[in-house]
Unconditional design. Sequence first.
Lengths: 302, 272
Amino acid sequence: MSLAYYPGCTLKTRARNLEESAVASMEALGLKLDEVPKWNCCGAVYSLADDDLIHRVAPVRNLIRVKKQGKTELVTLCAFCLNTLKRANLLMRQDVEKRDTLNRFIDEGIDYSGEVKVVHLLEVLRDEIGWEALAQKVKLPLHGLKAAPYYGCTLLRPREIAIDNVENPTVLGDFLGALGASPVDFPESTRCCGSYQVVGDPGDIAEYARPILNSASSHGAEALVLTCPLCDYNLGRGQKELLKKQSGFREMPLLYFTQLLALALGLGSRICHFELNHGSSESLLRAKNLLSQGESVRPIGG
Amino acid sequence: MSAKERKKKSAAAAVKHRPKVPAATAVKEEKKIGAKLIPIYIMGKRYEVPEGLTIMKAMEYAGYVLIRGCGCRGGTCGACGTVYRKPGDYKLQVALACQKTVEPDMYVAQIPFFPANRALYDFARLTATPEEVFKLYPELFRCVACNSCTKACPQGIEVMDAISALKQGNIAEAAQLSFDCIQCGLCTSRCFGELAQYHMLQLARRIYGARIVHRAEHLAEMVKAVDEGKYDRCLEELKKAKEDELKKLYQEREVEPMATGEDWKPKDTTYL
């Protein structure tokens, strides 16, 4: 069985480690991620100005093209893409006037009113495969790995598009549990990484990363598990600053959930592209016997 | 006589008193077609021009002497990008003036050049990484997927999809989708995000051609043979030949048949 899949631009460049591990893992689980043809940027961020319809064009055009291909569900992997696509979809379902304006402007030959269901890969794993079935497919359980699920904002906010309980999400922790890891609950798991606010002006980037990383660390986490390339970028750069600034700061490996999925399914580290991760996870993965002899996952920079 | 009628009359008079020496091509075309006149508006001014002329020839017929916005006249150089609208249709249409024939009541204006910054780069130093393109053209990420560029392309290129491919780091896809680009710049003239699509995609095609696509081995062999002087002798012979002799050689040359296998060879293989 195959699922219509929307990758997003970053997953094709900087975050290939998020994508390639996911595609290989889903294939191993018997649910092929079938990339939709002719997709464009998701819009990058959902504009909050009510009448700023031009920035809704990109996500809605993607959804129209998915509908045109006869698909009813679209799987996303990047939390930010999920957010922009799902919010634009909600607009197309709820606001008739804006829907008509967008349909006329986008001019793709068919009208759209939010028929496509946008889901995140974690929802597919939870609702279509199930944690028990997933656990049974695990070949290399992540026993002893204390991993903190970090949700950030975009999987959960606003409430209308959340993939889990907004206040007390469990999906990522349950996922880690199914892989055999020990999920570490920590209070900052839904705190913002700084988002686009610190991309252009990285002055305070360490101050955004500090409470998240310190909190995870003080609750005993050995790694932070992410779903979003922007969280990875901000926390990665923030952590670099903290290593310079905060004496005694211990580096926290930042891993995508799909990298751990691929490792647990026994697909090896090569497909995970750990070399693209911020900071090194080599010593941790080696200590947990998740790397075979001779495998190296050193970062290539950034 | 109303102001409108006066205007119409004077426009008709202007056409009657068109320049004494219109472009040779326009006159030839007029005779051939039999000169049924139709009204068109060039930059807002009404002219009656023979039906069947291209926009470019119609402009020349109306008295324009084109020294820019006109190149190959064969639809491949991209110099004559043109926009037009027809009464009752809100949509802007695009064309190459040398290809599109005039239609009654069309309002046309040429956009022979559209300002767009081209990044400076040392091509020899470029590899095939997407990040290099992102650095040279950061405005790539201003695209909002409005698709106006695609609608503005007289070549029918899916410009927005090519730009999307480039954003995704897929240089090969961007190059292939934009292969028919003639650099007319109409995409850029319509861009909401102020991208210079035609320059960006040209860079993609350059990188694709030089760094991504497989090299043709036989080409390298041929270049080597040329460098080693294999064909110097026959070129010298041609240089020394008299005009009559050259004509004879040209007329009697053996032409490769339209449909033939790759192993085709001429009967005379002296110069191969």
